[in-house]
Write a protein that binds this ligand. Structure first.
Ligand code: GDP
Length: 297
């Protein structure tokens, strides 16, 4: 993800660096190129406009045009604005006290929810926690068996009641079991649909009301681009998201969704997932500064 954006921005700054002293005109021309690069990376139009306006305002100031290293100054400003856009700092997973910490994973079908549930469980176990996976996606029998088999492979307990019980009841029973078995984290894999639909939303609201998860994390495929922003807005309106996990960042997504979603919805990105393999290393906490540095190369 971000390769092409990264290449384009680096080219803009290289050109700027070759100029030595910068005029306001040079800065404005560079910002025009930055704007095009962001739009081509599929960043939300409003986000691009505001971003470019903020950077331009700072960059045409005295500091840059009078500076001995003006291009470096511009890069520094863009770097800082990217960090702000991405949410400033890492927002860690919330911990319920007393436990268990209940995490509800939400998302469209195919977003990587079930895989991410298992990755997150592994990541938590590596931190010395005791996770329990909960199979609450009862409409896709394969999802239940997928989670059960992942749990067996990884040695992580899975609470499953097959497809007969209602998801809010499954979640409630899982939390009860977690208390009995000194589980620290309950990770609920909920049903996904191809599209956001009313029954899906109602069910999520019911699970939410039944077990009051401290984390309601939206799992989004980074490849769906701008659509991710719309999906996040809709789920946020209905269930109040506490975080976003972008999956498939190993793919060639242009990255615009990841750059837009925080600014548009206010919901922090908490994790990035990469790769089909379920390993603790294929999920990582999201750090805005690290991603900004990666984009600027
Ligand atoms: P769900 O329907 O949301 O539960 O999605 P799944 O967890 O079943 O994942 C859908 C497909 O995406 C599967 O083939 C996964 O192996 C794949 N997948 C999930 N996460 C990633 C990722 O980060 N990178 C890649 N390349 N594939 C992923």
């Amino acid at each position: 993800m971000f390769e092409s954006l990264s290449d384009r921005l680096q080219a803009v700054f290289q050109k700027l660096g070759g100029k030595g002293k910068l005029t306001e005109e040079d800065v404005r021309e560079a910002m025009k190129q930055v704007r095009i690069a962001l739009l081509e990376a599929d960043v939300n139009l409003k986000v691009v406009r505001e971003f470019v306006a903020r950077v331009t305002e700072k960059a045409v100031g005295e500091e840059v045009t009078k500076s001995l290293t003006p291009a470096q100054q511009v890069i520094k400003i863009v770097h800082q604005e990217l960090i702000d856009l991405l949410g400033q700092a890492n927002v860690p997973l919330a911990e319920a006290r007393p436990g268990p910490t209940i995490i509800m994973l939400i998302g469209l079908q195919g977003s990587g929810k079930t895989t991410t549930a298992a990755k997150l469980a592994l990541w938590l176990r590596k931190k010395g926690k005791r996770p329990l996976l909960v199979a609450a996606d009862i409409y896709r029998p394969a999802a239940i068996t997928q989670l059960e088999s992942l749990g067996r492979q990884l040695g992580i307990p899975v609470h499953s009641e097959g497809a007969q019980s209602r998801p809010p009841d499954i979640a409630r029973n899982a939390v009860r079991r977690a208390r009995d078995e000194s589980i620290t984290h309950v990770i609920i894999d909920t049903a996904g649909r191809l599209q956001i639909d009313e029954p899906l939303m109602v069910e999520l609201e019911q699970i939410n009301a039944a077990v009051e998860p401290v984390e309601r994390l939206l799992v989004v495929d980074a490849m769906i681009g701008q659509e991710a922003v719309r999906v996040a807005e809709e789920f946020n309106r209905r269930v109040g998201l506490t975080g976003i996990i972008f999956t498939k960042i190993d793919g060639d997504a242009r990255g615009g969704a990841a750059l837009s979603v925080r600014a548009v919805t206010g919901v922090p990105i908490k994790f990035l997932g990469s790769g089909e393999k379920v390993e603790a290393s294929t999920i990582e906490p999201f750090h805005p500064d690290r991603l900004a540095s990666r984009i600027l190369g």
